[in-house]
Design a protein around this ligand. Structure first.
Ligand SMILES: [Zn+2]
Length: 255
């Protein structure tokens, strides 16, 4: 079900246990070869592939994709639009509050931008504290490439083993859905290593200290065929997460 297409009485009449999905992404620089709307386009495709599957068509409510993300670390690159971190916390908290007020219990953020990960987890943590008298809420935040799938096991031609930025993975997915938006000769790009920034400590960072062109990873060997593998793996992962949300008994810690 698409929230955009429903009337308010139709939403009011839904089973309050209907999972509500909020896709969240970004509009930010993606190197010299990829469009600013990359994260939103890619997450939109993952969600589209899952939303159209028969088991979810009438059992899951999908809100429209929130394209404004927390992208302050990319602001040295022109065109980036960002909700500052604390604004972003309030933005996502508002979405949860709205749908808790509307009576729903199972609220899931599906995320397509790395910069949303820390504030997104903080949002579901804080909301759980705020609604601590309730014992019927499930508040989840999930990033689509971190749901357990192993793209490299599905397609051995993939080089990267983790998500970068405007990298082999993202460039391949864009070549799969909107190849006309990938510009220039990919083979002339440089591979930007992920590096080791004092790991396992978590270092505060801005993008320009890690990359000059804006991408991180190796987009040189991206292909539409790799992109199809990635979309298949990530959509299946997200569908499995929705299956678990649908199967939740409404009370348990385990799911
Ligand atoms: Zn991205």
């Amino acid at each position: 079900m698409n929230l955009l297409e429903l009337t308010w009485p139709a939403v009011k009449a839904l089973d309050p246990n209907t999972p509500v999905v909020f896709p969240v992404a970004a509009l930010e620089q993606h190197g010299g070869h990829m469009p600013l709307f990359t994260d939103s386009l890619l997450l939109g495709e993952v969600v589209r592939r899952v939303a159209e599957r028969q088991p979810y068509q009438n059992r899951v409510l999908f809100a429209p994709l929130q394209w404004l993300g927390n992208s302050d670390h990319h602001l040295d690159f022109a065109g980036t639009l960002s909700a500052p971190p604390r604004v972003y916390l309030d933005l996502l908290t508002g979405l949860l509050d709205n749908f808790i007020m509307h009576g729903f219990h199972r609220l899931i953020f599906i995320n397509g931008h790395g910069g949303n990960d820390v504030p997104g987890k903080q949002v579901v943590f804080e909301a759980r504290q705020k609604y601590r008298q309730r014992d019927d809420l499930m508040l989840l935040f999930a990033t689509y490439w971190n749901l357990g799938g192993q793209p490299n096991a599905a397609n051995s031609s993939l080089i990267q083993t983790q998500m970068g930025h405007a990298c082999e993975w993202e460039t391949s997915m864009m070549l799969r859905i909107q190849p006309q938006l990938v510009v220039g000769d990919l083979t002339k790009l440089e591979s930007i290593p992920f590096g080791n920034a004092f790991e396992p400590a978590s270092r505060g960072w801005i993008t320009r200290e890690r990359t000059t062109p804006g991408h991180i990873g190796d987009p040189r060997t991206a292909s539409a065929e790799k992109g199809e593998t990635l979309f298949t793996v990530f959509a299946d992962d997200f569908a499995r997460m929705l299956d678990r949300v649908l199967a939740w008994d409404g009370r348990s810690w385990n799911g």
